[in-house]
Design a binder for this molecule. Structure first.
Ligand code: CU
Length: 135
């Protein structure tokens, strides 16, 4: 599944979108404890701000690991519970029922790999693709 978060039809719409943070939710695992990211294809537009909401509805912990992607964005902050972390980050671990928000601007166009490095999870299909595109 390809999820495209851009929806630009006119220059006016583009101008209106400039200051709007696009929110995206990605689920790490699910309530059935399947080992996958939902969605597992993400697309961001270079130069635009995003709030990536990560949730873990499953009964086990998972990681959101995408180091090269993390190097291709400018992280403003990560918020989890009452904690706010400023600056670069490469990997997030989410315990069962946890959630976190990653606020960043997509910068470097490219195709990046997402995975959960917990033993057996990548092998079981807990992987994804992240694209940063230019329009
Ligand atoms: Cu996992």
């Amino acid at each position: 599944m390809l999820v495209c978060f851009g929806f630009i039809n006119t220059n006016a719409a583009e101008a209106a979108n400039q200051s709007v943070v696009t929110e995206i939710t990605v689920s790490l695992g699910n309530e059935a404890n399947e080992l996958k990211f939902e969605p597992n294809h993400l697309e961001f537009e270079a130069g635009k701000p995003y709030k990536l909401r990560l949730i873990n509805p499953s009964a086990q912990k998972h990681y959101f690991t995408a180091k090269d992607f993390a190097d291709g964005i400018w992280t403003s902050k990560v918020e989890a519970g009452k904690v706010e972390i400023k600056g670069a980050i490469h990997e997030l671990e989410l315990k069962p029922k946890a959630e976190a928000e990653w606020v960043f601007i997509a910068l470097k166009p490219g195709s990046y790999t997402l995975r959960c490095p917990i033993a057996g999870h990548t092998e079981a299909g807990m992987t994804g693709k992240i694209a940063i595109v230019t329009h």
